[in-house]
Structure formats: C-alpha cells, structure tokens
Write a protein that binds this ligand. Structure first.
Ligand code: SAM
Length: 245
C-alpha cells in the first residue's frame, strides 16, 4: 500500500535513508536519554520514518507505538531488529489507537514537515489524546531566525556512501525558495551504478518559539522547557510539553 506521503518518496530512497542519516543516529541519543530521565515505560513515535528510534526503544524494553504516513518508510522499519516488538501504524497522529502513553516524540524534521496551522493543531490535539495525564510531548523544530536554509547547498551538504546491493550513492540538498514560514528545497539522490537520479521536492515550515508555545498551550499542554538540540546547539528548539495532571 502506498500513500500520499510516498508520491515523492521512491522505494530506493526509503531504503538508503538510514545510510545517509548515519546508522549511529547520534541525534537520537538525547531523546533516548529523556525516556530514561522521565522514566517513561510507554512511548509514541510520531513520524517514525524508517523506525530507528522506535526499534531502539523497543530494544530497551519500552512499549512503543510508531506512526508514519509513508508506507515505504514503514516497510524499511518493519525489517529492523526488534520491529516485531513495536506496534506500527500507517497514518498520522489522528490515526493512533486510544493510548495512555507516558511520552510522545517527533524527532528530526517531523514537526516541520507538518504543514499549515490546521494539520499542526490536529497533530498536537491527537498527540495530547494519546498521552496520559502528566504525559510529555518532546519534539524539535529549527529556529527560523538562524535561516538554516541558506546553508542548504550542494557544496555544504554533499555526501556519498556505499549502499548494500547498490554500490556508491551520492546525496545532497539544494535550497529552492522561502516564502513566509515555508521553505522549499530539493533532496537529490544519485546511484552511480546506473545513473538513477531521484529529485525529491520538500517543504518545511519554520515556526518560532512563540508560535510553538501558543499552539501547544491552546490544546492544553503546559510548556515545561525548551532545550538545545545537542547536534545543532543554538539552532533548534527542543520543546518539552506536559499534559497537566
Ligand atoms: C525526516 S523524516 C524523520 C523520521 C524519523 N522521525 C527519524 O528521526 O528518522 C520525517 C518523517 O515525517 C513523516 N511525516 C510527514 N508528514 C507527517 C505527518 N503529518 N504526521 C506524521 N508524520 C509525518 C514523513 O513520512 C517522514 O517519515
């Protein structure tokens, strides 16, 4: 089954996502540490993608429900070790079953990939519903003031990697345009062996600290803290929001 989210995500792209993100995914360590810090036994991973975080937590004995609208990404996730200990949901946060989870996460670009006020508020409302009283939502979002997109050139973002069964693949991103809070850019992936080239058009929304705080408060979260992202200090907000007891 494919979905709208897969219209621009080729199966070969989904399969190599983890290679370019880095198998070690250091950016997820801080989030795994928060699961320990807050003593969460049950976790919802919204926009789980290829399932690295969800399977990492399942391996550590956490009860994990993971949701993503990309069927291709979920196919990659389901093939990972510990995938059978995760409940996978194909869809968005509103498609989650009734839960009383301790924590919910949106890691990497998920929050910024949710475009427009309506979809953003629906997502926050659904996540709040999935959490128990006292539960926590943690997500990251780039600070628009840092204008990260100005660095999204081939020269700054190029990398190449050896991919199983594929040989060398090259990847980079190129900034397209910025209009208000929305930034368009192209992700390019080229397989050297057959010259197969995929250009994926992407859009992210940059919300500022005040907008994020107000949106959380309007669906009943209390913002408990805003931390730095360890991999991008000073460039990104890591919001921690609690459902009041
Ligand atoms: C950059 S990937 C990050 C995946 C994963 N969280 C990680 O850290 O590797 C962004 C993910 O957000 C998902 N996504 C896009 N729109 C979404 C939405 N409205 N609700 C939930 N997930 C969404 C995409 O399908 C994609 O898998």
């Amino acid at each position: 089954m494919t979905s709208e989210a897969d219209n621009h995500v080729d199966a070969r792209c989904a399969a190599v996502y983890d290679v370019f993100e880095g198998p070690e995914r250091d950016d997820l360590d801080a989030y795994a540490a928060m699961v320990e810090e807050f003593g969460a036994a049950s976790v919802v991973d919204v926009g789980c993608g290829t399932g690295t975080f969800a399977t990492m937590l399942a391996c550590r004995g956490r009860n994990v429900v993971a949701v993503d609208p990309s069927a291709l990404a979920l196919d990659v996730a389901r093939a990972k070790p510990h995938a059978d200990e995760v409940t996978w949901v194909h869809g968005v946060a509103a498609d989650l079953p009734p839960l009383q989870a301790d924590m919910a996460f949106m890691t990497a670009d998920v929050a910024q990939a949710i475009l427009g006020d309506e979809a953003w508020m629906e997502t926050l409302t659904a996540i709040r519903r999935s959490l128990r009283a006292g539960g926590l939502l943690v997500f990251e979002s780039r600070d628009p003031q840092r204008r990260a997109w100005l660095e999204w050139t081939k020269a700054n973002t190029y990398s190449s990697a050896e991919v199983d069964d594929e040989g060398t693949a090259e990847s980079w991103v190129e900034f397209g345009s910025a209009s208000g809070a929305f930034v368009d850019f192209t992700g390019v992936l080229v397989f050297e062996r057959d010259g197969y080239r995929v250009e994926q058009q992407n859009r992210l929304q940059f919300r500022d600290r005040g907008q994020l705080t107000r949106s959380l408060e309007s669906v009943g979260f209390v913002v408990e803290g805003i931390r730095d992202a360890p991999d991008r200090p000073g460039r990104e907000f890591v919001f921690i929001a609690r459902v009041p007891l």
